[in-house]
Design a protein around this ligand. Structure first.
Ligand code: C5P
Length: 244
């Protein structure tokens, strides 16, 4: 599995824009300070492969955040299609079940360039009451751990989790798991709609490998300087953790 090395390689900037006309200038602006660009549903539904090409053209890794959840055959074929696009990370829902996860991981393992499947456990927008209405009685953290274990046993090695659950996931899965956390807020930044947030330093200290930082960079007066500041904070925290 591909593992990011160095502080910059660990910063993921989401291209949360409606089209390439708006995404391109910001991508070009922050590219010198980020390692990965995340292409999500909004941009991919509108622009498709061209959105992936934008990121690759800037020499950055691509994180395709499609949160796939379908029958195993369909997900297998979608992973095969993502391989042809040359993406580095691709998200699937762990709730799709063992066979789906197994097919996604097996297909990704055949990619000529490493493609890491990232399992999304419990969406951070769901709370205990939401889970109960879905027939899930256990608390969100226990359910997230259960789904992460299921994905791990199916061969998935990457996980997306809230920073609040990063250390629990690390304890459950050990050092080989690749942990990605959104909900990152540098000190003093607005939390917006994220409820459980952590600073970059805290997330790294808790064992996160990749940090997704969107609005604190996108909406800063100087987005490149804001991205550089996050990278510097990651660097200091990695040094304290004894990692690189
Ligand atoms: O702007 P902000 O830093 O909150 O951006 C967060 C990014 O991470 C968005 O692209 C959002 O879709 C994504 N994300 C999230 N929470 C999750 C999974 C993904 O905020 N649990």
């Amino acid at each position: 599995m591909h593992r990011p090395s160095g502080a910059r390689a660990r910063l993921v900037f989401p291209l949360d824009f409606p089209n390439l006309t708006e995404a391109r200038p910001m991508a070009e602006r922050v590219a010198p300070a980020v390692g990965v660009l995340k292409v999500g549903l909004e941009l991919f539904v509108r622009e498709g492969a061209a959105a992936v090409e934008l990121a690759r053209g800037l020499g950055l890794e691509v994180f395709l955040d499609l949160k796939l959840h379908d029958i195993p055959e369909t997900v297998d074929r979608a992973v095969a299609a993502a391989i042809t696009l040359g993406v580095r990370y691709l998200t699937v829902h762990a709730g799709g079940g063992r066979a789906m996860l197994d097919r996604a991981a097996s297909r990704a393992a055949q990619a000529p360039d490493p493609l890491t499947i990232l399992a999304v456990t419990v969406l951070t927008s769901l709370d205990a009451a939401d889970l109960q209405s879905l027939g899930v009685a256990e608390p969100p953290r226990d359910h997230a751990t259960r789904l992460a274990r299921l994905a791990w046993d199916a061969g998935v090695r990457g996980f997306v989790t809230s920073p609040a659950e990063a250390s629990a996931l690390r304890a459950e899965l050990g050092p080989q798991a690749l942990i990605v956390t959104p909900g990152i807020r540098p000190i003093g930044a607005d939390a917006f709609d994220q409820k459980r947030v952590a600073t970059p330093a805290r997330a790294i200290a808790d064992g996160a490998d990749l940090l997704v930082v969107g609005r604190p960079i996108r909406d800063a007066a100087d987005p490149l300087a804001a991205a550089h500041a996050v990278v510097a904070e990651i660097e200091r925290s990695l040094a304290a953790r004894g990692a690189s």
